[in-house]
Design a protein around this ligand. Structure first.
Ligand code: S3P
Length: 191
């Protein structure tokens, strides 16, 4: 994918379930004071029901449509007011979404070892894709499918193992500042 300059100066977090996007998103929000947009939470509040019910009652495609609609809406947000955008793990499945994510800002792929992912998602009831007899195998399948999409979308890959959310957020921030200094866009302030 071309290294085009994003039209916005958001910091966008992508990555598999259980890799810490929401926690790191909140930490960046506290450090920078930028509004935090969690795509899962926005979709849940718009639908008036949790993701498990959206999947069960409306189907996964309906959820994916809402993700695409939301990303397109975010590109119309005032570029002078950057945000932290934390996304659901499957948002990179559609080519259109991958383009939108890269256009929205500095896109960071948070990674974690599979053992950590399995442990963090083990007792979780609110992830319908892992509600199977063999969640570990499902995680492996989805990771294999998605890793090339995360790689294609991300400006930065970050191995989070052993790091605190503060350390991760600080690293992202330094790296984002450097990236934006190399990709200036006069209508956006630097983070
Ligand atoms: C999904 C990840 C979830 C949520 C939905 C689907 C996925 O978000 O969007 O359950 O396809 O990986 P998290 O990554 O925040 O758990």
């Amino acid at each position: 994918m071309s290294p085009a300059t994003p039209s916005h100066r958001n910091i966008v977090l992508i990555g598999f379930m259980g890799c810490g996007k929401s926690t790191v998103g909140r930490t960046l929000h506290h450090i920078l004071g930028y509004p935090l947009v969690d795509t899962d939470s926005v979709i849940e509040s718009r639908s008036g029901k949790p993701i498990t019910r959206i999947f069960a009652e409306d189907g996964e495609e309906s959820f994916r449509d809402q993700e695409t609609t939301l990303l397109a809406e975010l590109t119309t947000h005032d570029p002078a007011c950057p945000q932290i955008i934390s996304t659901g793990g499957g948002i990179i499945g559609r080519p259109q979404n991958r383009q939108l994510l890269r256009d929205l800002g500095y896109t960071v792929w948070l990674r974690a070892p599979i053992q950590v992912i399995l442990q963090r998602t083990r007792r979780n009831q609110d992830r319908p894709l892992l509600d199977t007899d063999d969640p570990a195998n499902r995680v492996r399948e989805l990771l294999t499918l998605r890793e090339p999409w995360y790689a294609e979308t991300a400006h930065l890959q970050l191995e989070t193992g052993g790091l605190t959310s503060n350390e991760i957020a600080t690293g992202i921030l330094e790296s984002a500042r450097y990236f934006f200094s190399q990709h200036p866009n006069p209508s956006c302030p630097n983070p």
